[in-house]
Design a protein around this ligand. Structure first.
Ligand SMILES: NC(=O)c1ccc[n+]([C@@H]2O[C@H](COP(=O)([O-])OP(=O)(O)OC[C@H]3O[C@@H](n4cnc5c(N)ncnc54)[C@H](O)[C@@H]3O)[C@@H](O)[C@H]2O)c1
Length: 444
């Protein structure tokens, strides 16, 4: 276990100083007026069906930005996003299908990536190697080995990669964590994160012809080729190993990250996951829909995540959040603020984010996106420290990958706390990698 409290305080102080925005919860148009800028940062948005659209709104919600290209393998998504940009600022970005061609463009400064997970590390690596900065949606990778290469290349190129765990830029979360570090709840030792949704079954896919609006080969990219089926594109790929990473990487990536941040820890010595496809049966979904994952940090700290994909029962009246318990009280942190409780569980204080962010639904959007994008832009323009640089984000993503590996093998993993590597278990180590389509292997 590694505590990086001093480093954290430095980060947080700088992060807060970068946030000069008042009046959160404003429309994208209002943000554009209040966020200051020096030079125009030219973006391309890559992967724009759903989350990518929220990223477009966040980019254009900050002054001094332009979107020159929309890159997607679904021509309908491209068209929809070009229209969205026109609606916001009257410009008409060019549509492009292949990111490799896009990255040849010299006038591009940065890209946003909101494609399926199997593309994330490849795209981010190609982009920084082409000299672009990257706003990369979580999870940073499809597996642990990709994170290792991604972080190495990130550090080599000196280009920025901000991971899309936007709560890292929430002023109330930053404040709550400062208070936790200051000792407002004594010594923090337990983080409990949770997520609840009401996802339906995805059925059993039928092989059908590839729709004419889709470049299926490029959609698959690094993943081994397979027939097109009618229950994959869009979104349902999340529940297939070939492309997705399950609810753990889809959503624990956010709140496990908050727990890690609050407790000031990186890698635990033990990881165990249990759960299953317990709610629905007989469909193609390959991950758990109900799962509990535990991260044990010696005899000092514990993080646990409870994921319920198909039952919307809330905890603390919230579908997602993180409870941090200490020797003198507790904090509950979420996207819209925090609450502080005493040891008896009595509410002492609460604070709401001025702006609102969506917590239910699958897209996410709102003021935190703009703040997070603004921090990324400040990093590009002024060297401001990122609130979620990918080398830190990758640690939280790896915790979730480790949970998936433990779940697949049905046993607890022992981890080297200084490197995050699995100790001894060769079968588990093999699951840190994936098989690629020929020619798409990653090296760094
Ligand atoms: N930070 C958040 O709150 C948040 C919220 C939602 C989703 N996400 C993340 O964003 C990512 C996208 O999620 P989504 O719900 O928008 O998925 P989606 O399936 O709806 O959209 C993905 C888009 O990427 C496109 N795409 C696929 N391959 C491509 C390629 N080679 N080049 C360009 N575009 C390509 C698809 O055609 C599609 O338009 C996921 O990794 C997800 O985890 C983050």
């Amino acid at each position: 276990m590694k505590s990086h409290r001093r480093e954290f305080i430095k980060k947080t102080a700088l992060g807060t100083a970068g946030l000069t925005i008042g009046g959160m919860g404003l429309s994208a148009a209002s943000y554009r007026r209040i966020v200051g800028a020096n030079d125009t940062v030219v973006f391309a948005a890559v992967g724009v069906n759903s989350r990518g659209l929220a990223n477009i709104q966040a980019v254009l919600g900050c002054r001094g930005t332009a979107i020159s290209h929309i890159c997607d393998v679904d021509s309908r998504a491209t068209g929809k996003s070009i229209e969205e940009v026109s609606k916001i600022n009257g410009s008409k970005p060019a549509g492009i299908t292949d990111i490799r061609k896009l990255l040849e463009n010299k006038s591009l400064d940065a890209i946003t990536v909101a494609t399926p997970d199997h593309w994330h590390a490849h795209m981010a690596i190609m982009a920084v190697q082409a000299g672009k900065h990257v706003y990369l949606e979580k999870p940073s990778s499809h597996n642990i080995a990709e994170n290792e290469i991604l972080v190495k290349v990130y550090r080599q190129t000196g280009k920025l990669i901000q991971m899309g765990n936007q709560q890292r830029s929430a002023p109330t979360s930053i404040e709550a964590i400062e208070r936790i570090i200051k000792g407002d709840i004594g010594r923090p030792y337990f983080g409990k994160a949770w997520y609840a949704n009401r996802r339906g079954p995805i059925g059993v896919g039928k092989i059908i012809p590839v729709p004419d609006w889709l470049d299926w080969d490029l959609w698959q990219g690094p993943a081994p080729r397979t027939d097109y089926r009618d229950n994959i594109v869009h979104y349902n790929w999340h529940w297939f190993w070939r492309w997705g990473t399950g609810e753990l990487l889809n959503n624990a990536t956010h709140e496990v990250d908050i727990c890690r941040w609050a407790l000031g820890v990186d890698y635990p010595d033990k990881v165990s996951a249990m759960g299953g496809r317990l709610h629905f049966k007989d469909d193609d979904w390959e991950f758990c829909d109900t799962q509990v994952v535990n991260y044990q940090y010696g005899d000092d700290k514990l993080i646990t995540w409870e994921g319920k994909s198909c039952n919307g029962m809330k905890e603390y009246n919230m579908d997602r959040g993180a409870l941090i318990q200490g020797t003198e009280g507790s904090f509950v942190l979420h996207r819209n603020g925090y609450e502080m409780y005493d040891l008896a569980g009595k509410l002492i204080e609460n604070k709401e984010e001025t702006g609102k962010s969506e917590t239910t639904g699958t897209r996410g959007s709102g003021s935190l996106d703009v703040l997070h994008m603004y921090n990324f832009l400040e990093g590009i323009r002024n060297g401001t420290r990122l609130n979620a640089p990918v080398d830190d984000g990758a640690v939280s993503v790896n915790l979730c990958h480790l949970g998936n590996i433990s779940q697949r093998l049905g046993r607890m993993l022992t981890i080297d706390t200084s490197t995050g590597k699995i100790i001894k278990d060769n079968e588990a180590k093999a699951l840190m990698h994936r098989v690629y389509e020929d020619g798409w292997e990653l090296s760094g």
